[in-house]
Design a protein around this ligand. Structure first.
Ligand SMILES: NC(=O)c1ccc[n+]([C@@H]2O[C@H](COP(=O)([O-])OP(=O)(O)OC[C@H]3O[C@@H](n4cnc5c(N)ncnc54)[C@H](OP(=O)(O)O)[C@@H]3O)[C@@H](O)[C@H]2O)c1
Length: 268
């Protein structure tokens, strides 16, 4: 029988919202897109557990959110012990999990794929692809999260580079192509109870992408029909839609959030 949201909001002073009573994990959320997603989910009524490798900035990020609605657990998204600690904490403190956002991603290797150091390539695939899969597996398998019974929903961070090769960040784009296809594959396997979608941003102004636009923002935005680069909130609002009941018939979709860049035939 599907889990019924009892919605503590009906009995408390919490503001009602599209995600009232829901609980979420957002990986890599001490800044950038992950933090914007956490802020948006909280603003729509959810409670969130945010993660990142460095505890201090993670704590600072948490202090920007209402204390009663946020948990932090520092660690590496690609570390199985960290994943277990996060999910155990969420089970204990929130009583279950509804939303998993696989946001943590890395790109330590620049240059042609044909010459990439294989250890660097392994790291990119480990964090961006295998850890994404591992978080989903762990959420499904956790006996106290009831992720399937609660009709859990997953959003993975892909990228427009997953569809179009991007010079200099080729292995990263290979990893994001894998994230997009992993999303479709999991959606096909896990319906009807669990929905799995992805967002594929073009350049969003964060520390991660700074080299792509610093000191040349106007030039970088010229190929975008919307004539501007993205900001983290652009991605967060798309994610909030995908995890909400408004998207209850949407699964296996990779949603471009790119100011029209790919429609116009542009590349990052
Ligand atoms: N910005 C863009 O233009 C863009 C475009 C398309 C897709 N994306 C994707 O969006 C996601 C977020 O990117 P962003 O631009 O927001 O990056 P960002 O501003 O650099 O933020 C990355 C966040 O992830 C954490 N993090 C990094 N590696 C981690 C790991 N191994 N385990 C746990 N946390 C980790 C970072 O904190 P610590 O350093 O403390 O761990 C930080 O909180 C990534 O998957 C990226 O590929 C970004």
């Amino acid at each position: 029988m599907p889990y019924q949201h009892t919605s503590e909001d009906q009995h408390s002073r919490q503001p009602p919202g599209r995600l009232a009573g829901r609980t979420a994990v957002v990986t890599g959320a001490s800044r950038g897109i992950g933090l914007a997603i956490a802020e948006r989910l909280v603003s729509e009524g959810a409670r969130v557990c945010i993660t990142a490798r460095n505890a201090e900035p993670l704590g600072e990020a948490a202090r920007t959110l209402p204390a009663a609605r946020v948990l932090t657990v520092a660690g590496k998204a690609d570390d199985p012990r960290h994943r277990a600690e996060v999910l155990d904490t969420v089970a204990r403190e929130f009583g279950g999990l509804d939303i998993l956002i696989n946001n943590a991603g890395v790109n330590p290797a620049y240059g042609p794929v044909s010459k990439i150091d294989l250890d660097a390539a392994r790291k990119v695939l480990e964090v961006n692809v295998l850890a994404t899969l591992a978080w989903v597996q762990a959420a499904l398998a956790h006996p106290e999260l009831h992720f399937t019974q609660r009709r859990g929903t997953v959003v993975n961070l892909s990228s427009v580079t997953g569809d179009t090769p991007a010079p200099g960040i080729g292995l990263y784009s290979v990893s994001k192509a894998a994230v997009s296809h992993l999303t479709r594959t999991l959606a096909a396997e896990l319906g009807p109870d669990v929905r799995v979608n992805a967002v594929a941003p073009a350049v969003v102004k964060t520390r991660f992408a700074r080299a792509l636009y610093q000191d040349k923002e106007e030039e970088a935005a010229a190929g975008y029909p919307m004539r501007r680069l993205g900001v983290p909130a652009d991605v967060a609002s798309a994610v909030a839609y995908l995890v909400s009941e408004d998207a209850s018939w949407v699964t296996g979709h990779v949603l471009s959030v790119d100011g029209g860049l790919t429609a116009a035939g542009g590349t990052v």
